[in-house]
Design a protein around this ligand. Structure first.
Ligand code: NAI
Ligand code: MG
Length: 489
């Protein structure tokens, strides 16, 4: 596959040799069933769907298509496991299981990383160095909380909720499964989880790990399927809590569906996060932060720094450095360790991104894309910059979820705060400046759940994550993440 572009820095043509991660250690099944009550069971409809590798459009495996009947089976198993085993188990014993899952994930880390890259199209560098180690760390971290809940909530009585229904998206498939499952188990709840239809593989390998860990049957159930499978979970009467990460549209449907019920809900939805560069910022690092914030992982990040605000006096310099950095990005086979930008997750998502690029051009913004060769098979999108963008333009207001960055300039602090907050979303923001006081000023005035200073897209299990406004509510991670899975009195 002609995946690499020439790097012409300083006028010299040179290129890295291909460095493909081996897939030989990954033993995938041809067909995956549902993981319910500790067993692999066939879907009651008998239907399977295909999951493909978006980097080359090849089918990887067939996946069971769970329906309402299967969801009902899974909820029954989860309820029984909750009542008979998990909620009454001494918390320190629960912790040992969660810890064991984390250890087994570490042992199969290479397999998980390769499976994630094959199924999602994200670069091996990202799945190997970020997704998988972080997912393990969330399990380790929450294992530690299981027997310390009275310290998390002093002088309060802490009770688990019951059965949690969890629905996750395709941008961080394993990591989102960890964000959902680990705190639920630590607080004594049982789980029915549905991975996204384009990226079910790592959740199924996690189910194998859970099986191997000896976790009592029914404590975690994995039901694969499409949106209707997710809806069956949302609408099941015997579920006590729904945790959803995905699009704002589906989040709204879920919130409506749960209105008037006693189900607890957390939503982590879309974003259009502002990355703000002041004239005193370390410009080279900031450019690296911009690239990390929007181009790595193909912009498939809910908190992607997709709106760039640069102080006017350094705008020209930042844009020039950014273009030159974009010229040196490697787009292509996600399994190659040199690749910076892998494949877009699905054909539908690629079409969505193309639609927005077209709108951006129609709106009159100036577009820049480096001249890189796009593989003919698979779903790829060149990193794209839009300059001279109006605040009201569609590409500056709507979530694109691809490697597309808009640039606007500002003069004063008040102006940039006003512009950054002028968005229906509020998931994250980045601030680049040498001045500590300015960081504190902005972090208290920007209406975003996470604010990074002189860095971007950094995650840690001890730190809460979640949004303002249409980016959702509730927090995941850290002590705050426990709150979403307990009843306090
Ligand atoms: P989606 O919201 O449809 O999918 C997320 C999950 O929800 C999947 O597991 C899906 O099967 C499930 N789902 C779909 N309809 C459902 C329903 N009615 N009830 C319950 N579960 C349901 O996201 P999609 O269509 O894959 O992506 C569309 C857009 O959403 C993207 O272009 C992006 O802008 C945004 N998105 C945001 C994410 C985030 O992390 N904030 C993640 C994925 C997508
Ligand atoms: Mg796939």
């Amino acid at each position: 596959m002609a995946t690499k572009k020439k790097n012409t820095e300083q006028g010299i043509d040179w290129n890295y040799s291909p460095s493909l991660e081996s897939t030989s250690h990954l033993k995938l099944k041809k067909k995956y069933d549902l993981f319910i009550d500790g067993e692999w069971v066939k879907p009651s409809s008998g239907k399977y769907f295909k999951t493909v590798n978006p980097a080359n459009e090849e089918v990887i495996a067939e996946i069971a298509y769970g329906n309402q009947e299967d969801v009902d089976k899974a909820v029954k198993a989860a309820r029984k496991a909750y009542t008979d085993v998990w909620s009454i188990m001494p918390p320190a014993e629960r912790a040992k299981y969660i810890f064991r899952i984390a250890r087994l994930m570490q042992e199969r880390a290479r397999e998980l990383a390769v499976a994630e890259t094959l199924d999602a199209g994200k670069t091996i560098r990202e799945s190997r160095d970020i997704d998988v180690p972080l997912a393990c760390n969330y399990f380790f971290y929450y294992a530690g909380w299981a027997d310390k809940l009275e310290y998390a909530f002093p002088n309060r009585k802490v009770e688990s909720l019951g059965v949690a229904g969890q629905i996750i998206p395709w941008n961080f498939p394993l990591l989102m499964a960890a964000w959902k499952i680990a705190p639920a188990l630590a607080t004594g709840n049982t789980v029915v989880l549905k991975p996204a239809e384009t990226t079910p593989l790592t959740a199924l390998i996690l189910a194998e790990i859970i099986e191997e860990s000896g976790l009592p049957a029914g404590v975690v159930n994995i039901v694969t399927g499409h949106g209707d499978t997710g809806a069956a979970i949302v609408n099941h009467p015997d579920i006590d809590k729904i945790a959803f990460t995905g699009s704002t549209n589906v989040g709204k449907i879920i919130q409506k569906a749960l209105a008037g019920t006693s189900k607890k809900l957390t939503l982590e939805l879309g974003g259009k996060s502002a990355n703000i560069i002041f004239d005193d910022a370390p410009i080279d690092q900031a450019v690296e932060g911009i690239v990390n914030g929007i181009f790595f992982n193909q912009g498939h990040v809910c908190c992607a720094g997709s709106r760039l605000y640069v102080q006017e006096s350094v705008a020209e310099l930042v844009i020039q450095k950014l273009k030159s950095r974009m010229d040196s990005l490697y787009l292509g086979n996600p399994l190659d360790k040199n690749t910076d930008i892998g494949a877009i997750n699905s054909k539908e998502q690629l079409e969505t991104i193309h639609k927005y690029i077209k709108i951006g051009k129609q709106e009159g913004a100036e577009m820049y894309q480096p001249k890189c060769s796009i593989p003919t098979k698979g779903f790829y999108c060149a990193p794209t910059l839009f300059i001279n963008v109006a605040q009201s333009s569609v590409i500056a207001q709507e979530e694109i979820f691809g490697p597309v960055l808009t640039i606007q300039t500002f003069r004063t602090v008040d102006e940039v705060i006003q512009k950054a907050n002028n968005s229906p979303f509020g998931l994250a923001a980045g601030v680049w400046t040498d001045k500590g006081s300015r960081i504190f000023n902005l972090s208290s005035k920007l209406r975003a759940g996470v604010i990074w200073a002189n860095t971007y897209n950094k995650f840690d299990p001890t730190s809460p994550f979640g949004g303002y406004k249409e980016s959702g509510f509730g927090r995941e991670g850290g002590l705050h993440g426990l709150n979403s899975y307990v009843k306090l009195s």
